[in-house]
Design a protein around this ligand. Sequence first.
Ligand SMILES: Cc1cc2nc3c(=O)[nH]c(=O)nc-3n(C[C@H](O)[C@H](O)[C@H](O)COP(=O)(O)OP(=O)(O)OC[C@H]3O[C@@H](n4cnc5c(N)ncnc54)[C@H](O)[C@@H]3O)c2cc1C
Length: 402
Amino acid sequence: MTTGWYVAPDRAAGLARLAQVDPAAYARTRNHLDGAVTGLSPYLTHGLISLREVLAAVLSRGRLPIGHKLVFELGWREYFRHVWSHQGEAIFSSLHPGPCDEQGYDTALPDDLCRAATGVPAIDSAVRSLYATGYLHNHARMWLASYVVHLRKVHWRSGADWMVAYLLDGDLASNHLSWQWVAGTGSHKPYLFNAENVARFAPAPWHSPGSVIDQSYERLDQIARSTLRLAPAPGKAASGTMDTFPCDPLLHRPPADLGLQAPDAAAAQALAGRRVWLVHPWALRLPPEGLAEGTAIIGIYPKEHHQRWPWSAARWRWVDAAMSALTPHRWLIDAATLSQVLADSDRVECAEEAHVQPWLPAMVKPRLEPTLFPAVSRPCTSFSQWWTRSTRGLQEASALLR
Ligand SMILES: Cc1cc2nc3c(=O)[nH]c(=O)nc-3n(C[C@H](O)[C@H](O)[C@H](O)COP(=O)(O)OP(=O)(O)OC[C@H]3O[C@@H](n4cnc5c(N)ncnc54)[C@H](O)[C@@H]3O)c2cc1C
């Protein structure tokens, strides 16, 4: 399924994909790797389309109850944002103890995993898809994370950092908190899967009979709660290893041929006295209507963020293709330099977003984007708690858009 997956980096392509969403088929088949999932995640992560637009488009074709599967899954994205907004940096450490002592996990990813050569077809197929497309079906993400943490005993944080760098939809809240959910440090038990589960939801090349995942759930639970590590099967490596699926290098800065400029004194002079709208990788859309005529549009990649979180070259290219459609002025820039360049500008604004917020100089005024679900001010410790509070009294999904 995923190896032919491609999403064009423009809003029109995202809207065309949105027009194809079939909520009934989604609810019936979403757990299958070839099911009718939306494929909208790169557009949502990078702000080309919003959750509100997704729901409005779907509802324009028919009503949905609030508890519909699709609405529920959109809710997971906002729930993870809710947790991030309350926990901040703490989401990058275990939220609570998991099934094993933290010290019992390795920090380095095994080489065979990174080369898609574990000998478990489901895992090797997932790694190859991740490298080839920057996308994985939700079930494949869960299987891969569960294998890494519970069977190979690699700390969830190492797996999360690796996966988020390759995903086109890499989102620090959805990704790192999902890994914690699988690990059992953000949920009450470890998420486990076996060969039978893969056979039910994935196409034949993923099936893994006779491999280390071909075990009962009781045995897998014992392994997850022990210090046991299951080594790769020697000589059983899947056919397409890294020789046929080379992975992109991870980059802290955009590939040189993208032609980003460095702002100089002339750029600062050109912005003096003008209103400025900053486009950034998590809000790749035009400025809000009604912005003063003559507003300068500048694209920024916050250097501090990218220093900490590298991306695959493919992701840089995807994001920059979308950004360059909005503005030719794109800078990889740190907060101090941005502050100097904009010092004489009239008013500087951008769309508020948690990935970029820590790296913006104080003069940049973030505009709040409306969320899909009503904000829940009390910190919730589970999705069900958050869902109950945010949808209390609502029957129809359309109530979210009022
Ligand atoms: C280990 C792991 C890592 C993940 N990393 C990311 C990530 O970096 N970025 C990301 O956007 N999602 C992540 N997810 C959640 C989910 O897998 C993806 O959002 C989904 O697979 C994207 O494909 P889609 O757009 O076809 O989803 P669909 O099933 O069509 O869902 C529509 C939209 O709803 C939201 N959504 C659906 N399921 C979830 C979920 N479980 N959690 C959060 N939002 C959801 C997404 O925005 C998605 O685009 C991760 C899940 C796991 C288990």
